[in-house]
Ligand binder design. Structure first.
Ligand code: THG
Length: 564
């Protein structure tokens, strides 16, 4: 099955997934061996799920990755074990749709633990390849508790072929995963990375699961999935509970705790292919870290991208980086986080250092020292790719210009990893002098981006402000471009604020006035130094005047308050 086919299936109405529950094996025994020994029993359970109305049957392969099998001395036979499990699953050949399950390695993945990200990807690719070769129509990455391990598995399975991949995470009682990722950040991260459905189960009740789904539905570009529990519920009570989830926006129902064929039969008879809500958006203007979402746009709080992690003009930082130390990077990250920057720019472009290795070290470090999402600032496409691949969230790339190399190399990388990007209206011929020409470059970048599946929500246009000291119309030209982006293109906009006052006295006042003017024209983001009281007070005041009580809303997690 390919991804388009799966989407069409889900667009036909709520679907039911049948997961087999294994009971009775001794914990010290290899579960996969136990499953193989009891394959007749399991096959008959799978048949009964299918006959009760499940659209997709899930395999019992979730523990069969090499790190799990290692405990039973079977790591070297990973491919063989997965093959055996697939071959003894319910008749793959006879029209039953079988999705193979994968789950955690049991190890903690970089930057949160010791297993390197690429080792994790390799592990899931090894397992996934065997599953696909032996009849899996798609995959369910299930029972994940860490967004980064889920990302590794998703990237691995994406790279195997055009198979649909569903990702399922377990939320603890605070509605975050054990790795502290909230449901919205998980959804945005995974859907932009190419998941075909994202879903959750919670340690709390189905009512709580319903609230989580309602909250995130407005940001879903893909079908949502839930594993409602049937604990203590008779089949008709289970139907009522599942119906609420469908009404909240669930498109796929998986068998949770205590679900029997009677429960499946009951929901198949009522909810199956009943009225439902489709995914509501194509893409969302937002960046995420493993712990936080920052929503962007004209109807959201203004976002300050902290500019300080950039060695340009900073002697101390340069010397520190040349010694191979990230101490000052860490310090700048903490200071800018305290000053309430929304996003942190990271630029490691400095002669005499290995930009690739320093960028990766910085991204890994900052993923653990700050909750702020990152802006990857580099001209090198291979550095962009390496950074986006290992970043445990959805970053923004700084930047994609109209230059041939950026369009042909950086843009497809940003699109493949689902990142947002800053569109810079300049070309190989330089910076266009008129607003009209800049608009043409923005159009060129956007149409190339569309061909890779991006939407205007994925882009922030750089106003490319030059200093007024050399061109008196520089500020006005940039404001005109911002107005067009805001009013006609409906894209985010960003400026490097201090550029406007370069070479002038009393720069703070000029920067502050320009920020206010640009906000009035619809500016949504600025790259700036959040140490400036003037800038940060203007931003706070703007958020207040626009009616965004930013901290209060985000702390309570009522994302819906920001809905258009
Ligand atoms: N657009 C986009 N990206 C950008 C810019 C832009 N990235 C780089 C730049 N402009 C924004 N970042 C900086 C970083 C540092 C400084 C200014 C802009 C800076 N540094 C001081 C100096 O050079 O003397 C040092 C100040 C300090 O110590 O903090 O001014 O326009 N897309």
């Amino acid at each position: 099955m390919n991804r388009d086919y799966f989407r069409r299936m889900v667009d036909g109405g709520p679907l039911i997934l049948g997961s087999t529950v294994v009971l009775g094996n001794n914990k010290n025994e290899c579960p996969e061996n136990w499953i193989l020994e009891h394959s007749d029993h399991i096959k008959s359970m799978q048949r009964s799920y299918r006959d009760a109305g499940c659209d997709i049957i899930c395999t019992l392969t979730s523990g069969a990755n090499r790190y799990r099998l290692q405990a039973f001395g079977l790591a070297s036979q990973t491919a063989q074990v997965n093959r055996e499990l697939m071959l003894r699953c319910v008749d793959v050949q006879t029209g039953t749709i079988v999705f193979a399950t994968c789950s955690t390695t049991g190890l903690s993945v970089e930057p949160f633990g010791d297993l390197t990200f690429e080792d994790a990807v390799r592990c899931f690719k090894e397992q996934g390849t065997s599953l696909a070769e032996n009849g899996a129509a798609g995959f369910v990455i299930e029972n994940m508790r860490c967004i980064q391990e889920a990302r590794a598995a998703l990237i691995a399975l994406r790279e195997i072929g055009d198979y649909p991949v569903i990702v399922h995470l377990i939320l603890e009682s605070d509605n975050r995963t054990a790795g502290e990722t909230d449901a919205l950040s998980a959804l945005l991260t995974l859907q932009s990375l190419g998941a075909d459905a994202v879903g959750f189960s919670t340690t709390l009740d189905n009512e709580n699961l319903c609230a989580v789904i309602s909250e995130i539905k407005q940001f879903a570009a893909i079908p949502l999935f839930a594993y409602p529990s049937a604990k203590g519920l008779a089949p008709d009570e289970y139907v009522a509970s599942v119906k609420k989830l469908v009404d909240a926006g669930v498109n796929l129902i998986g068998g949770g705790d205590c679900v029997t064929t009677d429960h499946i039969g009951a929901i198949a008879g009522t909810i199956h292919r009943s009225a439902f809500i489709r995914p509501v958006v194509k893409s969302v203007s937002a960046v995420t870290s493993a712990k936080k979402t920052v929503l962007l746009g004209g109807n959201r709080p203004f976002a300050v991208v902290g500019e300080r992690i950039n060695p340009t003009g900073k002697k101390n930082l340069q010397a520190n980086l040349r010694e191979g130390s990230l101490d000052i990077v860490r310090q700048f990250a903490l200071e800018q986080t305290m000053r309430r920057a929304s996003i942190l720019d990271i630029n490691m472009g400095l002669s005499g250092i290995d930009e690739m290795s320093m960028m990766l070290r910085a991204v890994n470090l900052l993923s653990t020292v700050t909750h702020l999402p990152l802006c990857i600032d580099t001209t090198k496409p291979d550095v962009v790719e390496a950074a986006l691949r290992c970043y445990p969230g959805r970053a923004i790339v700084n930047s994609v210009s109209g230059e041939k190399e950026r369009i042909e190399q950086t843009l497809p990388v940003a699109a493949r990893y689902g990142a947002m990007f800053i569109g810079l209206p300049l070309t190989d011929a330089g910076i266009p002098s008129t607003v009209k020409e800049r608009i043409n470059v923005v159009d060129t970048i956007m149409s190339a981006a569309s061909s890779y599946g991006c939407t205007v929500d994925d882009m922030a246009v750089d106003g490319l402000v030059m200093t007024v000291s050399s061109n008196p119309s520089a500020a006005i030209d940039t404001l005109d471009l911002i107005k067009w982006c805001s009013g006609t293109l409906h894209s985010n906009t960003i400026v490097g604020l201090s550029n406007v006052s370069f070479g002038m006295p009393e720069r703070h006042w000029i920067n502050g006035a320009f920020l206010g003017m640009a906000m009035g024209c619809g500016l949504t983001m600025a790259i700036s130094n959040p140490s400036s009281d003037g800038i940060m007070a203007t931003v706070q005041a703007y958020n207040c005047l626009r009616g965004f009580d930013y901290e209060m809303l985000l702390e309570k997690g009522r994302y819906s308050e920001f809905a258009k």
